[in-house]
Ligand binder design. Sequence first.
Ligand code: BMA
Length: 385
Amino acid sequence: MKNSFGLSGSHMKKKLFRSFLLPACLFSQIGFCQTCSDPQATAETKALYKNLYQLIGKNILFGHQDDPCYGVGWKYENGRSDIREVTGQYPAVFGFDLGRTELGQAYNLDSVPFEKTREYIREAYERGAVITLSWHLNNPLTGGTAWDNKPGAVASILPGGPKNALYNSWLARVADFLNSLKGKKGESIPVILRLFHELNGGWFWWGKNQCSPDEMIRLWRYTIHYFRVEKNIHNLLYAFNTDKFESGAEYLERYPGDPYIDIIGFDIYQANNLKENSAFAKFLGHDLDLIDSIAAAHQKIPALTEFGYNGVPDSSWWTKVFFPVISSHNIVYALAWRNAGKKQNGYAEYYVPYPGAASASDFKAMSLTGKVLFETGIKSKNLYK
Ligand code: BMA
């Protein structure tokens, strides 16, 4: 029966209930609002968000970029993982990079075949792990790499710009890849998409000296709208992440808004002016304090989206420097950068230990704290249910 509002009794109740609850995502402060930014997100994506949200302040999932692809002294050997060889467990978060998908190439910028990436993503998902993708996309204006930071590229790909059609074609290729990520029942595998990372730095073409805050915000919204509306992709959580930063105002200067973002993160390395343990720990703590409060104010999930101390030369760095700082904050995951080993340019890079490395036993000790979770710790959490 319809009432004077033209609604049946039960419909009316639902409407009133919703209009009461929605503005009061206000209730979120006491834990009610655990919905991701995309109202049309798939069931598994919504579940992932909710379950990660519930980990805030409790656990930190340990992640590693390109973990199953290669490690120090090996490449593409089935089942291998430096983290697993040190701790007995795979990481809880797997990071991969989409750079060069936009060009239709078979390999990414670090020579990882996309076929392999797809396979590793499926395997990680079946194990209950979280997947996050970064995208070091080429400069659409110059054809150079992501580090070709001449200004003007962001403006050129916005609607009306000379490279807008090219950018759309790049997004379409990324969309094809994202659409190809399917679980055993044909469901889309949820992915944390980490776009335009380190945007407060000046080294990428999307950096702070290369475009205005308004241009960057428009690019974020345009890109997310393209995936959601043009391509109907709803298996994504979006991570907003700067490099290390000084203040909340700096952090939020290019933030596209709550309807677009799920994860609030930043990247930080123990290098350059943060080479000393004490300097690094202090800055990490400072930024994590800010991230905790920004994430709480915006009802988002805080994360350390990328970090590292190349070669980890200090044998007790994990338990004495890193763990004390992260464990007193709210981040739900921390992603260590890749174990490239010796690269073609002769420069060596690794951020988690391999068997025999100086910090291997200390890393294992951290994996046994119960606070930082790896493969076995997340199994029972059923993050996709
Ligand atoms: C950097 C280095 C590079 C790599 C790039 C993208 O930090 O590891 O060797 O090409 O990330 O993965």
